[in-house]
Design a protein around this ligand. Sequence first.
Ligand code: HEM
Ligand code: HEM
Length: 188
Amino acid sequence: MQPARAPVYDATARLFHWATAALLLIQYVLAWTMPDVHRDTKPIGLIAWHLGVGVAIFLLVLVRLLWRSVHAAPPEPASLPPALRALARYTHWLLYLLLIAVPLMGWANASSRDWAVTLFAAIPMPPLSPAGSSVGHALGDWHRVFAWVLLALVGMHVAAALFHQFVLRDGTLGRMLPTHRKAASPEQ
Ligand code: HEM
Ligand code: HEM
């Protein structure tokens, strides 16, 4: 008989998780290497990539949240103190909230600049604010501020994953990593 193993996130949840993480990494590299955005900047080159990858993150997280709303997370280890359990859950939902809000603010800012926002430089997306909108303009500042808040939260999240792995040693990181289940052999 196979030994009982701790519950883990399923393959779909893991795929969503690591695809979001990879796109987010690319998005910060793009944000920090693209030219500064001024009044007469054109949305070309790295800036166009920033808009396109940002919209992809937004849509991916939207689908992920829809999927997540009908698929519960696997139960946490019983050894996890209730305070840590609550902290982890609040952090995860705050991450989701920012992964939706940060792209929406950037998108509204792009629309206020009258920039066409497209997914994969091909599929046109609707404008989120009228061209010249002062709200859309202000949301550009909030976009940059909350991108830092998101990054700080991701930093906390990664630190927590490493703390679980190397200090608590409770197998939490393994819940989000590929599982290596041995195929059951019929002879045994
Ligand atoms: C989670 C996704 C996103 C992250 C983490 C992110 C991150 C950032 C960061 C860090 C900056 C500041 C760059 C700098 O000043 O050095 C920035 C600027 C900007 N981003 Fe994003 N972004 C995301 C999604 C989007 C989306 C979806 C759009 C538009 C469709 C967008 C449009 C912009 C624009 C227009 C600016 C310049 C804003 C200004 O300076 O007024 N971003 N982004
Ligand atoms: C870089 C951007 C990242 C984002 C936005 C992110 C976001 C999230 C979210 C929202 C969850 C909750 C999943 C759910 O229950 O629906 C989660 C779980 C998890 N993440 Fe991340 N994550 C990131 C990177 C990482 C990295 C680099 C690691 C490992 C070093 C990691 C390790 C984990 C683990 C172990 C879980 C499961 C926690 C548990 O069992 O309660 N994440 N992540």
